[in-house]
Design a protein. Structure first.
Lengths: 113, 112
């Protein structure tokens, strides 16, 4: 079982629709969760971080975390063609010396006009 | 503010040649440092990470190696490149807390 799994995609949605990206993680002690966006040929950049159960909203983006189900999701409302990218989920175990960052395999999102 | 520098941006190397990719971080101390490789259309494959000078953890056995000679410098090396080493290499850093990972611009390596 992969440590962090994302819905395989690719995901295609029409402009203006809601895109739903999902991620599950296997390590129950994971404490911090991040969504990154990566445009083709570029490096990943942070979209959202979430640490507590529930929803966190930032503009058109909402991250949802359910630690009991070991599930984190990203919703993109009013999707735009500029949202077309690969989205990466990261689940992180905290601690002063723990170093490893674990990413999912990524979900390719295409928003078509 | 913190910045991460990774170079070169693109590299074309013949099979069997050596490799050295360098990454430096500014504006922070004692960062965790990472090397990832990404094949086209695929996710991030963790190659090496380091929690301190001289401390290297290898995730994937292969003909690559990493070194951390200084606190904010991380180097990825190979003595003899293989065709399969082609890919997009990303250096990243994080702190030991809850902030996100920060990535360098990446190096597109093509082994011919």
């Amino acid at each position: 079982q992969k440590e962090v799994e994302q819905n395989s995609g690719p995901l295609s949605v029409p402009e203006g629709a809601i895109a739903s990206l999902n991620c599950t993680y296997s390590d129950r002690v994971s404490q911090s969760f991040f969504w990154y966006r990566q445009y083709s040929g570029k490096s990943p950049e942070l979209i959202m971080s979430i640490y507590s159960n529930g929803d966190k909203e930032d503009g058109r983006f909402t991250a949802q975390l359910n630690k009991a189900s070991q599930y984190v999701s990203l919703l993109i409302r009013d999707s735009q063609p500029s949202d077309s990218a690969t989205y990466l989920c990261e689940a992180r175990v905290g601690g002063t010396s723990y170093g490893k960052l674990t990413f999912g395999q990524g979900t390719i999102l295409t928003v078509h006009p | 503010s913190q910045t991460i520098h990774q170079w070169p941006a693109t590299l074309v190397q013949p099979v069997g040649s050596p490799l050295s990719l360098e990454c430096t971080v500014e504006g922070t101390s004692n960062p965790n440092l990472y090397w990832y490789r990404q094949a086209a259309g695929r996710g991030l494959q963790l190659l090496f990470y380091s929690v301190g000078i001289g401390q290297i953890s290898s995730e994937v056995p292969q003909n690559l190696s990493a070194s951390r000679p200084q606190d904010r410098q991380f180097i990825l090396s190979s003595k003899k490149l293989l065709l399969s080493d082609s890919g997009f290499y990303l250096c990243a850093w994080s702190d030991r807390g809850r902030t996100e990972a920060f990535f360098g611009q990446g190096t597109r390596l093509t082994v011919v």
